[in-house]
Structures are given as C-alpha cells and as structure tokens.
Design a binder for this molecule. Structure first.
Ligand SMILES: Nc1ncnc2c1ncn2[C@@H]1O[C@H](COP(=O)(O)OP(=O)(O)OP(=O)(O)O)[C@@H](O)[C@H]1O
Ligand SMILES: [Mg+2]
Length: 291
C-alpha cells in the first residue's frame, strides 16, 4: 500500500474505520516493518484492527493470546512428546540401537509443534497478533523483545530459523500494567480513544447495516453519555454494537428511556454502573442529541 490514504481505504473495505492518525501509524508500521503497539480501554477496536489488517493484506492472521504464566513452549514451539515416544518404541521394536541416530530422528522437524510465534516466522506474509501482552509477565516480554528484534529463533536441536519476510506484528494491551519501555521502543505506538459520536455511529452503521438508522443514532448517543457518567467500566464500541443488535433483535427501530433501561444488561456489566445509569435522565440525553 503506497500511502496512509490507501491503508485507510483498504481497512474501510474490510469494515474497519480508522481516523487519519491511525491510518498514518499503520502505514508506517507496514512501510518500516515495525510492530504496532495498540493500547487502550476494552472494546475500542485493538484486536479488530489486527484482523482488518490481515484481511486488507490478504494474509493469514496468526494470534497469540497472552495470559499469566505464558512461556516459550506455548508461544513459540514445543516437541510432540507422545509422537516422539511412539517413534522411539517403533525404532526399538525394529531393533535400532544407534543412540545418535535415534536422537537425531527424535528431534526431526516433523515432531516439532509450531506455536503462533514460530508459525508467524514461517508464514509469509502473515499478520501476527500478540493479544493482551499486559497479561504476560516480564520474562515473556523480554523474550518477545528478542524475537521481535531478530525475527529469528534458535532451536537447539535444529539451529536458527529466520523469517525471510518479517510478519506484520500487532501487539495489544489494556494497560492493566505498564509494558516495558524497551519493548515499546521497538514499536510504533497508538493509543485508542473511545471514538466521538460521528465516528462511532459510522462504525455501528457499518457493522450493523440492517439496524434502523434512528436506532443506531440513539444507541450511539446513549453510550456516549454513559461514558461521561464516571462508570466503573465505560462501554466500548463492542458494547454499542451489542446494544444496538440486542434492541434490533427485540424488533425495535427506536429506543426510549424505558426500553434503554430494560436492556442495559447488553452494555453495562457492573451493578454499580447499572444503578448509576438508572439515575441518569436518558430521555434528556436523547432529546439533547435531537435523536
Ligand atoms: N474503528 C472500528 N471500525 C470498525 N469496527 C470497530 C472499530 N472499533 C471497534 N470496532 C468493533 O468493536 C468490537 C470490539 O473491538 P475489539 O474486540 O477489537 O476491541 P479491543 O480493543 O480488542 O477490546 P479488548 O481490550 O476487550 O480486547 C469489534 O466487534 C469491532 O468490530
Ligand atoms: Mg482485544
């Protein structure tokens, strides 16, 4: 893609809408082969960006979901122990005694299980999504940093495997903790804010073309107001889409304060937040937006 505008247009074709800042950052990440570090609240479109990029580039999306205690054997590669054992038994039954030969056979590539990071190094082109890196620990972060600087991995039994073309890498974080500067330094950074009314409405309309335009406008207006209400967990774009979808499933083409309150479970997931929303004048919110 030869410029931010083309990146924007291609992403839009996949149904993902970006503003100019994100289009420029994505373009630079592709152009300079730098990982893209996406940080922001839940449900603002970080993970969806990686899928959209993969679709726009017509490349497979390879996803590594991080979690506490994740290590190289889950992220990079592992040996298929049961199959190795089977091979060993078969070799013994066939009377193979040469220990060196057996060992080299056991650590053959066909017994190697490629986990997402290795898959991404071996698949060209590919988009590697390292999702929710803030859930992994420091040690894993350091390991990832090393991998992202070389796009190569050394497997003691097999040698070094290097990506001919580095994958497009997207890392996401919900900022439950700060990711180290060293890792961030390797990356281009984008903070995902909640979108403003017009862009969020455009996203909802794009994602749910069958939903009434008025309903989409009203739901977007309500969510925008809820975000200003100092909630424990402000709703993301994901919740706006869920809410509009839920109302549409009820056959609604528009929403009033009463229906909004009875369907709050689609958008707010904390009791304190539901209580607070009930205390808001939702009818006034709709009237103020003129929707
Ligand atoms: N800019 C956008 N264009 C189109 N759809 C969007 C956009 N932003 C968010 N969405 C939609 O919102 C939903 C939630 O996005 P996503 O799951 O990517 O959020 P997230 O930031 O990864 O959240 P979490 O931190 O909870 O994982 C998706 O269904 C996605 O399609
Ligand atoms: Mg996500």
């Amino acid at each position: 893609m030869d410029g931010p505008e083309q990146v924007r247009a291609r992403l839009e074709e996949t149904g993902y809408l970006v503003d100019e800042g994100l289009a420029v950052t994505c373009y630079l990440a592709l152009r300079l082969h730098r990982p893209l570090f996406c940080e922001g609240d839940a449900g603002v479109g970080k993970t969806a960006l990686a899928s959209a990029l993969a679709e726009a580039l017509d490349a497979p999306l390879i996803r590594l979901q991080c979690h506490e205690g994740i290590d190289a054997s889950q992220a990079l590669y592992d040996w298929d122990f049961p199959r190795q054992l089977l091979h060993l038994r078969a070799a013994e039954a066939a009377g193979v005694k040469d220990a060196d030969r057996l060992e080299s056979e056991l650590y053959d590539r066909r017994f190697l299980i490629a986990r997402p990071l290795l898959q991404a190094l071996q698949t060209q082109p590919s988009v590697l999504l390292v999702d929710e890196i803030d859930r992994a620990d420091d040690e894993f972060e350091a390991f990832l940093l090393e991998l992202l600087s070389e796009y190569a991995v050394t497997i003691p039994e097999l040698g070094t495997l290097r990506a001919e073309v580095p994958p497009v890498v997207v890392l996401t974080s919900n900022r439950t903790r700060e990711v180290h500067d060293a890792l961030k330094r390797r990356c281009l950074y984008h903070w995902f804010d909640h979108p403003g009314f017009a862009r969020e409405l455009a996203i909802v309309r794009r994602r749910l073309p069958g939903v009434s335009a008025r309903l989409a406008e009203q739901v977007t207006a309500l969510v925008q107001a809820l975000r200003g209400a100092d909630l424990v967990k402000p709703p993301g774009v994901a919740e706006t889409i869920d809410w509009a979808e839920a109302l549409d499933a009820l056959g609604a083409t528009e929403v009033d304060a009463e229906l909004a309150v009875s369907t709050l479970g689609s958008v707010l997931k904390y009791r304190e937040d539901t209580d607070r929303a009930r205390g808001l004048d939702l009818a006034a919110v709709l009237a103020a937006r003129g929707v």
